[in-house]
Design a protein around this ligand. Sequence first.
Ligand SMILES: [Zn+2]
Length: 314
Amino acid sequence: AEFYADGGFTHGCSPDHLIFDFDDIGLTRTIDDVPEDVRRRYEITLQNAAEFYKSAAGVGPGFTPMGVIQGWSAESMAQAARNLASMGYDYLAIGGTVPLRIDQIRRVLQALREALPDRIRLHLLGFGKIEELAALEQYGVTSFDTTSPLLRAFKDARKNYWVRTADGDLSYYTAIRIPQATQNNKLKHKALEGSLNQEDARRLEDAALRGVRAYADGGATLDQSLDAVMDYWAALNWRDEASPSRRADAATRQRKVYAHTLGDRPWERCSCRVCRESGVEAVIFRTSNRNKRRGIHNLHVFHTHLSEFRQESI
Ligand SMILES: [Zn+2]
């Protein structure tokens, strides 16, 4: 509570202990037949919440304490939520849902809503399934936090540049991988093995960058640009053990994916600052700075998506 006060926070979560094993059946296990450490985590989380609620009163009127729900099933989470509400909390944060599937999250939300009066607000901690906003609306979730738009820009191999379709859905393009030849571990390894000369790699890297930029500026055709990108791709992904036909298949698939990204020119339709100022660079998968900027683009797209979703549901 002191930490939240020092930081000038408006909201703060009670310190919880994560419960890892979510029981799909749930009903079969009560507090008496879950493993000892699960029970302990459950009880400590509630004890902490009770103490935190008292301490939070001293932070000031601008501060809203949030009671964190942990449990091993929808039913145990509903019970925890009832306890937190009776402590005085009117804003609860649902923890431990990161590894859950959307149908499991739905079951949790349903159980919580049935257990709680409508005035109790719900926050979903670390909600990654952000294509599923409708589920949150259905169960009256007030808020959630997520790192997905940012992280998927460089952790998702395929869906890493987001767009919003005319129908209002989230959709994705795959950014073009042109890693720095001197920094890339795969290439370093190949250089050490002697299967790829670093100078050659640098030349291919350069050509790929020039190809993509020239295409964006109208100075090269899509195929010319893809040729350069795929030459570098082939050097990067060359595996001696793979048969020539498998290699060719993989290259054909990859070329199609990249043709979709470059052919549609999505960076020209985006109004975020990253796309406005850096253009095609936003769809090049390369170095941390650039990948994080694409994450900021994704945040922009997601923010628009969320705002429009909320407007439609009002
Ligand atoms: Zn953008």
